[in-house]
Unconditional design. Sequence first.
Length: 161
Amino acid sequence: MSVHFPTTPRAVTDTTRPLALAAFRVVVGLLFACHGAASLFGVLGGAKGGGTVPFGQWPGWWAALIQLAGGLLVAVGLGTRWAALLCSGSMAYAYFTVHQQHALLPLQNGGEPSVMFCWAFLAIAAIGSGPYALDRLLPGRAQAADHATEPAAERARVSQP
């Protein structure tokens, strides 16, 4: 039995792309869920250094709920595009309503985490969950996930007569 290792840079990136996407999705989702858990349950240091956000308080409690549920959905790859879009929007809202009033740039107003999460989730929403996700177990989703993560050159070659 022989093991085949990719030998060209393109082969390496084509082989590792699904794993890198899965790792990125899981890490971003879990980090986001940790923020929600901290705010809702007071774990991991709690909300703003201690305690919890009061139940139902706008927008803090709802943001924490989106962080926890959306982050977990993205991490496991279930309803990934919609969950990531909701998470991205919540971070855009947080940036423009909480941080930007203090200064224009994220480095000046403390909004770097909001901006990073916003763009990371927008990228995940655009790219999709990839092949290592629970979305693949849903009927009709496996083929869509394959199409979303395969290289564009491969799609073009397959679609030509």
